[in-house]
Design a protein. Structure first.
Length: 202
């Protein structure tokens, strides 16, 4: 009887030990890697890929509540986009206009780039700078803004296509976000946002 009892106890202990080992291995191998396609660090910031794009949590200006930022593009894929001048001049503005040429045959894809910028600059937990849309020439009674309208309190972001994808600052607060295609405008828009957030270097 004692031998049978000892044998049963040993069997139970072996089973429990096996379960614990398997549980440990499952946790070890299934936990998200810090440098996987879905979780990675970039310049000290933790990114998570989800169905909306790339998410990161930021604490700005000692805010108690974090800002959850979603952007479409992986910052690692934007390092080839050059920035000419100082894009940080936008941070000192009290109003920013995102403008484009209504006759440039741009579609809703360019609007996505504008929304990416707007969502960050106008975010109450980030920059809290009002952002308005405009055109570079009179069209449908919309506001007209160009680089010539930049002043100490108002900045302009011009979205356009061109022969190179880049970001260019001039006139102390006019930022040109240019892409070879409209998809490139979206990429350059996110490059600008990551730079304003100081996640990417100029």
């Amino acid at each position: 009887m004692t031998k049978t009892h000892d044998s049963t106890l040993k069997t139970i202990l072996i089973i429990l030990g096996t379960i614990l080992v398997l549980l440990f291995l499952a946790i070890y191998f299934w936990q998200p890697s810090q440098n996987s396609d879905y979780f990675f660090k970039y310049n000290g910031f933790q990114f998570q890929r989800d169905q909306y794009g790339y998410k990161l949590t930021l604490y700005i200006n000692n805010q108690a509540t974090p800002a959850i930022v979603h952007l479409r593009e992986d910052p690692r894929t934007l390092e080839d986009i050059p920035i000419q001048g100082d894009a940080q001049t936008l941070r000192a503005k009290q109003q920013i206009y995102i403008t484009l040429d209504p006759y440039a045959n741009l579609t809703g894809k360019t609007t996505i780039g504008a929304l990416e910028i707007d969502a960050i600059i106008d975010n109450p937990y980030l920059f809290t700078i009002p952002v308005s849309s405009a055109f570079t020439v009179p069209f449908a009674n919309a506001t007209v803004r160009t680089c010539a309208d930049v002043n100490a309190t108002e900045g302009v972001i011009l979205l356009q296509t061109g022969d190179q994808t880049l970001i260019r600052e001039e006139q102390g607060g006019c930022i040109t976000v240019q892409g070879v295609t409209e998809n490139d405008i979206i990429r350059a828009s996110d490059r600008l946002v990551y730079t304003l957030l100081k996640i990417m270097e100029p």
